[in-house]
Design a protein. Structure first.
Length: 661
C-alpha cells in the first residue's frame, strides 16, 4: 500500500493496474454466481434478464452488430449502458456471447456484438451482467484527467507532497443549533481548510449531519457544490438533510434507484416541471406518430436497396424510373420511409437541443448537485466545474472512485471512518484499493482531519469497548443514550441474561457447536448456533420486543442464509450489510468453532468494530471462547464483558431456558 507517489505517471499506472485486476475479479465473481445460482435467482438479484425476444437492428462502427432484446414486463435490473453482458439461450457458460450494452429503455436492451447471432427471432434469450464496466471506465477517465493536467484538484496533494492549509473560522454561525461542540468545531475547520478536509465520524457521532451543515455553510457563501457518496442510500441521506435547510438540490440518478419520497428533487422530475417540457412532449408525440406511420412503408434494408443510397432511391422514385430490378412501387415505398425517417431525425435533434438547454438551466440553478461517485462521471456532469466537492462514506469508497467527483473542483471535504470496514475488493492482488484516499490522507496529512466525539446511539457499556480499542478512548456518550436499556422498550424487567437490562452479554458455546462448510463453498455456517439464535429471538419476542427492533449479524454469507431459513420476521445481514445501520437489540453469531482455533477474517478488527457498534440498548454475542479466546482482540472483548456485562454459557442458562441445542 502506497502513501506517497513520485510522479503522476507512477500514481496513474499504480491504480490502472489495480482497477484492471479488480475488473477481472468481478468478471470471475459473475461467472461463479452464474454457476451457483439459477437464472431466476440471478434475475431476482437484478443481474440477469430471462425470456427475452431478440432481433437484428443494424451494423455498427468497426463491424459490430447491434441486436435488440425486449419483453413486455422487463424486471428491475442493474444492467447499464456500457456494461459487458453475456447473451445466451439458456446457459451463459456454454453458449454465452460477450457483448456491450449500447442502449436501454423501459422494455428493451440493445447490445453490440462482434459476431452474428443466427436465427435470433422466434427464440427466448437471456442476458447476464458480466462486468459492471461503467464505473471502471469512469475511474480510468478520472485518472486520465489527472494525467493530462485537466483535474481541478491539486495533483501534488493527491501524490502526498502538498501542504494543505488547516485553519478554524471562529465567526461561523451554524444553522443547526442542535450540533454539539465537536460537530461545530468540525464545521468551523471544514469551511476554511484548503484544499482538503476530513471529518472523521465514529459510529453514531452524526457524521452526515455535520457534513450537511458544512455543505450549507458553503452554499451560504454562494458556492456551487457537488455532494456524492459511493452508495445511493448515503446520497439520499445527504439530500434528506439538505432539504431541511431549504437548499435547492438536484439529484442525478436512475429514478428506480432513488427513494420514492425524494423523487421530486430528481433531475427527471425537474425536467418534467420545466416550462419548456410541454415542447418536448409534443415533439416526442410527433416522433411517435411518424414512427407508427413509417411502419406502413418498406424499410430500405441493404438487401432491398441493392447498393442504392438513400438519395438515389429518392431521386429514382420521383422520376418513376425502374432501376436494378427494383419496381417503381417498391422504390416509392422506400422513398416514403426515408422521407419520414429524415423528419424523425430532424425532430430528434430538435428535442435533444431543447433537452440540453433545459438540463443546463436546471443544473446551473441548483445550489447542490447530488449523485453517486460513479454517476458524477456521466454525461450530465461532463465538463462541469464546482467550487467544492463533498464525499460522504469516503472510507468505504476506493481512491479511484473518489477521484471521479474530485477532479471537478479545487477543494474537497471527505467524511468517513477508516476504523470501520473498507470497500470490498475481490482480487487478492488488488488489496491496495482497500487502502482508501480517506485513510491515506489521514496518514499523510493528520492536521487536516477532525474526529467527532459525542455518540448518540449506544448505551455507555456498549460504547466503551470500541471507544477504548478503536478510538483511543475519545468517544463520549450523549446523556440521551448513556443509560438506555431493554426495559424502556418492553416495560418489563428480568434477571435472565437475555432479557435483563445488562447491555452486553456473551454466550459461550463451549466448543459444542462446531462450524460447518457447504460443499463447493468457502463460507462457513453453524446450524446449532443458528438454532440458538432462533430461540433467543423467540424469547425476546415473547418478552414484548418488536421484531423490527432486533437485528442479527453474522460475518458469514452461508450462515446468514441458514439463519434466514429459520427466522423470517427479523432483519438478518452480514457485517458488511449492517454497516451504517443500527437496531435497539443486536445479536451477533460469530460461527467459528474448531479445534485448530482458526477464526479466518474474524480477526479483522474493523469487522468486529462494525458488528458491536450497531446495537443501541442490548448487544448479545454468541461464540466459542475456546476458538476465539486465543486471539488478542477477542480476548480483550471477552474480558471486558466479564467485568462490565454478563459472561455466561449454554450450560449455565440451561435450567432457565430451552436455549441449549
Amino acid at each position: 500500500m502506497k502513501k506517497l507517489f513520485n510522479s503522476i505517471d507512477e500514481y496513474v499506472n499504480h491504480f490502472l493496474e489495480l482497477i484492471q485486476l479488480e475488473r477481472e475479479a468481478e468478471k470471475e465473481f459473475h461467472l461463479q454466481e452464474i454457476k451457483s445460482l439459477s437464472g431466476k435467482e440471478r434475475e431476482k438479484k437484478g443481474r440477469a434478464i430471462l425470456n427475452l425476444r431478440g432481433r437484428f437492428v443494424s451494423e455498427f462502427i468497426g463491424g459490430f452488430k447491434v441486436y435488440r432484446f425486449y419483453r413486455d414486463n422487463m424486471p428491475e435490473h442493474q444492467i447499464k449502458v456500457g456494461d459487458v453482458v453475456l447473451i445466451s439461450k439458456k446457459s451463459p457458460l456454454k453458449d454465452g456471447i460477450e457483448g456491450t450494452v449500447l442502449d436501454k429503455g423501459k422494455n428493451f436492451i440493445s447490445v453490440t456484438l462482434k459476431q452474428d447471432i443466427k436465427n435470433i427471432e422466434g427464440k427466448k434469450w437471456r442476458i447476464d451482467l458480466y462486468v459492471n464496466d461503467v464505473t471502471f471506465k469512469r475511474m480510468v477517465e478520472a485518472l486520465y484527467e489527472l494525467s493530462t493536467g485537466r483535474s481541478l484538484f491539486p495533483i501534488d496533494v493527491i501524490l502526498g507532497y502538498g501542504e494543505p492549509v488547516s485553519c478554524v473560522e471562529e465567526d461561523t454561525k451554524v444553522k443547526n443549533e442542535k450540533l454539539n461542540e465537536f460537530q461545530r468545531e468540525a464545521v468551523k475547520r471544514a469551511v476554511c481548510s484548503y484544499p482538503v478536509f476530513l471529518i472523521h465520524g465514529p459510529p453514531g457521532t452524526g457524521k452526515t449531519t455535520t457534513l450537511v451543515e458544512t455543505i450549507y455553510q458553503h452554499v451560504k457563501r454562494g458556492e456551487r457544490v457537488l455532494a456524492t457518496a459511493d452508495s445511493n442510500t448515503a446520497v439520499d441521506n445527504i439530500i434528506e438533510g439538505l432539504l431541511t435547510y431549504g437548499i435547492e438540490v438536484v439529484r442525478i440518478g436512475h429514478p428506480a434507484r432513488l427513494r420514492k419520497d425524494l423523487l421530486n428533487v430528481s433531475l427527471d422530475y425537474r425536467v418534467q416541471e420545466h416550462e419548456d417540457y410541454e415542447k418536448l412532449r409534443m415533439i416526442s408525440d410527433r416522433i411517435q406518430q411518424l414512427k407508427e406511420e413509417q411502419e406502413y412503408y418498406l424499410k430500405p434494408t441493404a438487401q432491398r436497396r441493392r447498393g442504392l443510397s438513400y438519395d438515389e432511391i429518392l431521386s429514382f422514385a420521383q422520376s418513376g424510373i425502374k432501376v436494378r430490378g427494383i419496381k417503381t412501387k417498391k422504390l416509392k415505398d422506400m422513398a416514403k420511409w426515408i422521407q419520414i425517417n429524415r423528419k424523425i431525425k430532424k425532430l430528434v435533434k430538435e428535442r435533444e437541443k431543447i433537452e440540453r438547454r433545459i438540463l443546463r438551466e436546471i443544473l446551473k440553478n441548483a445550489q447542490v448537485v447530488c449523485t453517486t461517485n460513479s454517476t458524477a462521471g456521466g454525461d450530465f456532469l461532463k465538463n462541469q466545474k464546482f467550487d467544492a466537492v463533498f464525499i460522504d462514506e469516503a472510507s468505504q469508497a476506493t481512491e479511484p472512485s473518489c477521484l471521479i467527483p474530485m477532479v471537478k473542483a479545487n477543494r474537497v471535504i471527505l467524511a468517513g471512518d477508516h476504523r470501520q470496514l473498507p470497500p470490498t475488493v475481490l482480487h487478492p492482488e488488488a488489496k491496495g484499493l482497500s487502502y482508501t484516499l480517506f485513510e491515506r490522507f489521514i496518514d499523510i496529512y493528520p492536521d487536516i482531519s477532525y474526529i467527532l466525539r459525542i455518540q448518540y446511539r449506544m448505551n455507555e457499556k456498549i460504547k466503551e469497548f470500541p471507544s477504548r480499542e478503536f478510538y483511543g478512548g475519545l468517544l463520549i456518550s450523549a446523556e440521551s443514550v448513556r443509560n438506555i436499556k431493554l426495559s424502556d422498550l418492553t416495560g418489563r424487567t428480568s434477571d435472565h441474561p437475555i432479557l435483563s437490562d445488562t447491555p452486553v452479554v456473551f454466550i459461550d458455546t463451549k466448543g459444542e457447536f462446531p462450524e460447518k462448510v457447504k460443499k463447493g463453498s468457502k463460507s462457513k455456517y453453524n446450524p446449532k448456533e443458528a438454532k440458538l439464535v432462533k430461540e433467543i429471538i423467540d424469547k425476546l419476542l415473547n418478552f414484548g420486543v418488536n421484531p423490527e427492533d432486533i437485528g442479527i449479524i453474522t460475518p458469514y454469507k452461508d450462515h446468514e442464509e441458514y439463519l434466514k431459513s429459520l427466522i423470517q420476521n427479523v432483519e438478518i445481514h452480514t457485517v458488511d450489510g449492517f454497516q451504517g445501520r443500527e437496531k435497539e437489540i443486536i445479536i451477533i453469531s460469530l460461527v467459528r468453532s474448531n479445534p485448530e482455533e482458526e477464526i479466518g477474517f474474524l480477526d479483522d478488527i474493523r469487522r468486529l468494530n462494525v458488528a458491536i457498534t450497531r446495537a443501541k440498548r442490548k448487544l448479545i454475542i454468541i461464540g466459542d471462547i475456546s476458538t476465539l479466546g486465543k486471539h488478542d482482540i477477542y480476548k480483550k472483548l471477552i474480558n471486558y464483558i466479564k467485568e462490565n456485562g454478563i459472561l455466561t454459557d449454554i450450560n449455565k442458562i440451561e435450567e432457565e431456558t430451552t436455549l441449549k441445542a
